[in-house]
Design a binder for this molecule. Structure first.
Ligand SMILES: Cc1cc2nc3c(=O)[nH]c(=O)nc-3n(C[C@H](O)[C@H](O)[C@H](O)COP(=O)(O)OP(=O)(O)OC[C@H]3O[C@@H](n4cnc5c(N)ncnc54)[C@H](O)[C@@H]3O)c2cc1C
Length: 482
């Protein structure tokens, strides 16, 4: 049975950020993720905004950790080479009464959180963001709001932690936690059992279920879906555009995407099924209708993809980062609803403080790798392009195929290289990439999945047939109509 000082359950941005931070100590650490790759939960389906926390409820743990993260991000962006866009955000007043919300709620809250937003006239907003609705009343500039690539951040946290000796177990669903006097055992589906002195519960939407494995029912999480529309149409968007928020949601935004395109959304729909990431015609219509109030051109965009993410709404109304009250060897990093990407560095720092207080991190490491090398500059690249939309070469894909955490799915390659993120969404290059995965993993090509188990794109092979009457075979080609 593999033994660790710390085992982290959940390979989202929160779990991997904790993994990255803890791997700097002289303790043995492992990350356990039920999906075939990291970044398969909420961390893959969000707006990618690093929120300053200007609108966070003051004096909450969320507000505190968002503030701490503001100081931690610059170094992480540099050392992990995370794609980053410091574009600022403009909250747009489309109705006269929005001024009241902005002046009585938004600005005072922002100041309490240490942010000084700037009021803009309608003319100033239009000058800054020419595509904005010409009928707006004005806006509020929040300069520090910025964007990152959340896939990159999550994968890079895990990759650096692995480079520093952390172990990653993928496709390993934790199904039980057993308590012993001086350790816990973490049982996974399929028979894997890990022994851990300390366990961090970063299971996202399922963190309440992990807590219940030790009899802790101190919080519950309910799913709130957000639907998105992604377009590559040129809108001329230069900043994130936010509506004036409602009680339940930050509203439906128009957001540039770090790696290209514009993201419209998300909706905020409470539901009961944690697994339901479906999109609906009604939801997508709402996204278009609401974003068109900010940027009229969104009413006519063509979409290259629609998708949904699911937030974890916590019964406590705040982050839950503390040892379990019934099992102190289990430390929760849970209840991270709408700001987990932004606050992930601060959350990891808070978990580190909790583990230190418990005496779990008393051995600092002597030599740790603190930077990820730039793997995309290589003399060996002969320039053979596989992904035409994003000009990604075969060599770039080959370089990520053996890096921990090792990708085995099409989406894993997409999030590491940018291949299949462009306009054709993999229609042209997916077959070639599937063959590369098949060769690298030594599995039949029909076993290669898009993301989760069961998402195979190839159902099987069919034998070549004699062409039916009316078709003739041309030399060197397939059957052609005559
Ligand atoms: C629509 C939407 C928009 C958002 N926009 C933003 C934004 O702009 N900026 C921002 O900062 N935040 C945003 N967020 C919030 C952010 O995405 C989340 O807070 C963050 O991704 C949560 O990270 P996590 O690691 O806690 O959860 P997840 O990413 O869900 O990771 C949890 C992981 O735990 C794994 N897991 C669960 N149970 C088990 C088990 N039993 N065994 C093993 N593994 C398990 C899951 O498979 C999953 O991979 C948004 C969220 C949504 C849904």
């Amino acid at each position: 049975m593999p033994k660790y000082d710390v085992v982290i359950i959940g390979g989202g941005v929160v779990g991997t950020s904790v993994f990255h931070r803890i791997s700097r100590y002289g303790v043995s650490v492992a990350l356990v993720e039920q999906a075939p790759d990291v970044c398969e939960g909420a961390s893959k389906a969000n707006s990618g905004i690093i929120h300053t926390g200007f609108d966070a409820k003051p004096d909450t743990l969320e507000a505190k950790l968002l503030q701490e993260s503001r100081d931690l991000w610059p170094d992480l962006i540099e050392s992990l080479r995370i794609p980053y866009l410091p574009c600022g955000a403009v909250m747009v007043a489309t109705e006269e009464e929005h001024w009241e919300t902005i002046s009585t709620k938004i600005i005072p809250t922002a100041r309490e959180n240490g942010i000084e937003p700037v009021l803009l006239t309608a003319g100033e907003v239009k000058e800054r963001v020419p595509c904005v609705n010409p009928d707006i009343r004005g806006g509020l500039l929040i300069e520090g709001e910025s964007l990152v690539d959340p896939f990159w951040a999550t994968r890079a946290f895990a990759e650096l932690a692995a480079a520093n000796g952390g172990d990653v177990y993928l496709s390993a669903e934790v199904v039980g936690i057993d308590e012993h006097p001086d350790h816990l055992t973490v049982r996974c589906a399929g028979g894997l059992i890990l022994e851990a002195a300390w366990v961090v519960n970063a299971a996202g939407l399922w963190a309440d279920e992990v807590a219940r494995m030790v009899g802790d029912d101190s919080f519950t999480l309910t799913p709130r879906k957000g639907q998105f529309v992604l377009t590559e149409d040129e809108l001329g968007l230069t900043s994130i555009l936010l509506p004036v928020p409602t009680e339940t949601s930050k509203g439906i935004l128009v957001t540039p995407v770090v790696f290209g395109g514009t993201l419209l959304g998300p909706t905020a729909e409470d539901q009961t099924d944690k697994m339901d990431r479906s999109t609906t015609a009604e939801g997508l219509r709402r996204v278009i209708a609401e974003t068109a109030k900010l940027v009229p051109a969104t009413a006519r965009v063509s979409s290259i993809r629609q998708f949904a993410g699911v937030r974890a709404v916590c019964s406590t109304g705040d982050y839950v980062i503390r040892p379990s009250s019934v099992c102190p060897r289990l430390v929760h990093a849970a209840g991270i609803r709408s700001t987990g990407v932004s606050a992930s560095p601060g959350i990891a720092a808070e978990v580190e403080r909790v583990l230190k207080d418990l005496g779990a991190l008393d051995r600092p490491k002597t030599a740790v790798q603190t930077r990820l090398p730039d793997r995309f500059t290589s003399e060996a690249d002969n320039g053979e392009i596989v992904c035409l939309c994003r000009s990604i070469t075969r060599h770039e894909i080959e370089l990520v195929l053996d890096k921990e955490p090792v990708p085995s799915t099409l989406d894993g390659i997409k999030r590491r290289t940018g291949a299949m993120l462009g306009e054709c969404q993999g229609n042209l290059c997916a077959p070639a990439i599937m063959e590369m995965i098949s060769k690298a993993r030594n599995i039949p090509v029909e076993h290669v999945c898009k993301h989760a188990a069961g998402s195979n794109l190839i159902a099987g092979t069919i034998a070549a047939k004699t062409p039916p009457t009316g078709l003739r075979v041309q030399e060197g080609g397939g059957p052609k109509h005559v």
